[in-house]
Design a protein around this ligand. Structure first.
Ligand code: SAH
Length: 389
């Protein structure tokens, strides 16, 4: 089992340049609330800390701001190039066709950010009127600020759009789901291997008054303990598990039992389960301390694609991949679309188009660290490009 060198593998999709942001008073509010909670009830798990930092209703990171883009905290693939959303949009059409063109069809997106991916997908759908006339877009988004940004981006795109709080609320139609950089934002539990037992990694208050990591009591979970014994890792080894991803797979599995379903999860992470601390904070395109400004910085952790696949299979889903993002986009026709855009562009625009599309597929940028995993209900053809290889 390999260990992750976290900073060396940090997400180039998310981090680029510039200065760290000043801490807002809202984060002070969240820090004060978390400290009061810890003083009252004792240390909180890393998962609870991450959940509060991202989703606290008043002072959580996503609840209180629009963080995506050059003038925000991080950049994602749909913000790098329109080609990303266009290709994923055409992927959805190809999947719909292989389902036998069911009508109506829902295209769902989890955590749509600024709505850029969906806007670009909708543009691509204009070349397939039969699809355009029968599709409803369903966005699963908890942040009111980002919902508003999505509404503004998509208001005159000519496709009906609805919003949902969770996957369970999506319409029970044949559905195609896309989730880019969504799973990495679901909280992780961190377990520490100590004296032949897993302990919950927690957050407590340090003697100087800031936050610090600590270890809780041993966890009473037989299968998890047995798994730990098989790893043969030294004391202090950290394993990350993601309960929210299990819940997501179980919701998608239930959906796939009831109606034709295909999903595409694109995210950064590892193909095999590996031990290591991958919790990372990002602010203004730079790494930050995950404990320094709760609610004011983005917190994510690598996606364990092996664990996702296992859970998906246990829920009756068929899993394809993961395939490196670079190979995936190239197979879907990135170069042809790039050349098409370049043909009607100025010399300066051509440079931008070429450098943005390269960034998506370059092994040293987003091409390998980011991966695409496809999931389908039983009995469907393998989604492109998985059927061709
Ligand atoms: N997919 C977008 C944004 C990625 S950022 C892009 O590629 O640009 C993560 C997104 O997931 C944000 O829109 C955030 O508000 C949303 N999100 C995070 N946790 C969520 C949850 N539990 N339920 C619904 N949306 C969530």
């Amino acid at each position: 089992m390999a260990h992750l060198a976290r900073k060396a593998e940090a997400s180039p999709g998310r981090v680029m340049k510039a200065e760290r942001a000043p801490h807002s008073s809202k984060s002070t509010l969240l820090a004060a609330r978390l400290k009061a909670r810890i003083a009252r009830n004792g240390p909180i798990s890393v998962a609870d800390y991450m959940g509060a930092c991202l989703a606290d209703k008043d002072a959580g990171y996503y609840s209180s701001r629009q963080p995506i883009g050059a003038d925000g905290d991080f950049i994602t693939a749909p913000e790098v190039s329109q080609v990303f959303g266009e290709l994923l949009g055409l992927w959805a059409v190809a999947v719909w066709q292989s389902m036998g063109e069911p009508k109506p069809v829902t295209v769902a997106e989890l955590g749509p950010g600024r709505g850029s991916l969906m806007l670009d997908a909708m543009r691509a759908w204009r070349s397939v009127p039969e699809f355009l006339d029968n599709v409803t877009v369903a966005l699963v988004e908890t942040s009111p600020v980002l919902r508003e940004a999505q509404r503004t981006a998509l208001y005159d795109a000519g496709v009906p759009v609805q919003w949902h709080d969770e996957v369970g609320g999506l319409p029970q139609h044949p559905s195609i789901l896309i989730a880019n950089e969504f799973v990495d934002a679901l909280p992780v539990r961190q377990l520490v291997w100590r004296e032949n037992q897993w302990r919950e990694r927690c957050v407590t208050i340090a003697s100087k008054g800031g936050f610090a990591f600590c270890e809780g009591a041993p966890i009473a979970d037989e299968p998890l303990q047995a798994f730990g014994q098989t790893l043969n890792e030294p004391d202090g080894t950290i394993l990350e598990i993601r309960p929210g991803a299990d819940a997501l797979m179980s919701a998608l599995g239930a959906r796939a039992q009831a109606t034709p379903f295909a999903g595409l999860i694109v995210d950064y992470g590892h193909e095999q389960t590996v031990c290591g601390d991958t919790l990372q904070a990002v602010s203004r395109h730079k790494f930050a301390d995950p404990l320094e400004a709760p609610g004011d910085v983005d917190l994510t952790a690598h996606v364990d694609f092996a664990a996702l696949k296992d859970t998906a299979a246990a829920q009756g889903l068929i899993a394809y991949g993961p395939m490196p993002q670079g190979a995936f986009l190239l197979e879907l026709g990135l170069e042809a679309r790039r050349d098409q855009l370049c043909a009607s562009a100025t010399a300066e625009q051509r440079q931008d188009i070429i450098s943005a599309t390269s960034r998506l597929v370059d092994p040293a940028a987003m091409g390998i660290l980011f991966k695409a995993l496809a999931l389908t209900s039983q009995g469907l053809a393998p989604p492109p490009p998985f059927g061709d290889i």
